[in-house]
Write a protein that binds this ligand. Structure first.
Ligand SMILES: [Zn+2]
Ligand SMILES: [Zn+2]
Length: 155
């Protein structure tokens, strides 16, 4: 799924239901991240990142709170979560970034989106490696996402 076909619309929200959003765009890319930060932020085995153009994201209810941290790259990471229940909704700054990384589990219907890659598999939970194919694995962060984006868009 990607650039081909009709433009898609997605809905999502937080666990308590206060935050609701809609996204009027096809995803740019979707991948799973097995870094230890994503394990913590998702309180689970891995994080799922679904990039959308920032302008296509619209908060329709609730309040997002921001928490900032530094990524391993040294870049500041802007993390946005429901002010009430804390569910992480997206990473990125609505003012400054072109791309928002929406947390896959906050989408109502994630089944429409298949991740193209698994990154930071160096720190993946060992049992996960039984289920994912080697070709989709990247031990760390890919130098560039361009190639993966192109493949995701043409699938
Ligand atoms: Zn990560
Ligand atoms: Zn909430």
């Amino acid at each position: 799924m990607g650039g081909k076909g009709a433009k898609m619309k997605f809905y999502g929200g937080c666990q308590c239901g206060a935050v609701r959003y809609e996204v009027n765009s096809n995803p740019i890319i979707a991948y799973c991240c097995h870094c230890t930060d994503c394990q913590r932020q998702s309180s689970s085995a891995f994080g799922m990142s679904v990039w959308f153009p920032t302008h296509s994201f619209k908060l329709t209810s609730g309040i997002l709170k921001t928490w900032k941290t530094n990524a391993d790259s040294g870049n500041e990471k802007v993390c946005n979560h429901c002010a009430d229940c804390g569910t992480r909704i997206h990473h990125g700054s609505l003012d400054e970034d072109d791309v928002l990384s929406v947390k896959g589990g906050s989408l109502d219907d994630i089944c429409q989106i298949t991740p193209i890659a698994h990154i930071w598999t160096r720190s993946a939970q060992p049992w996960i490696l039984w289920f994912i194919s080697d070709e989709t694995c990247h031990e760390t962060q890919p130098d560039s996402f361009d190639d993966l984006i192109a493949r995701f868009q043409s699938d």
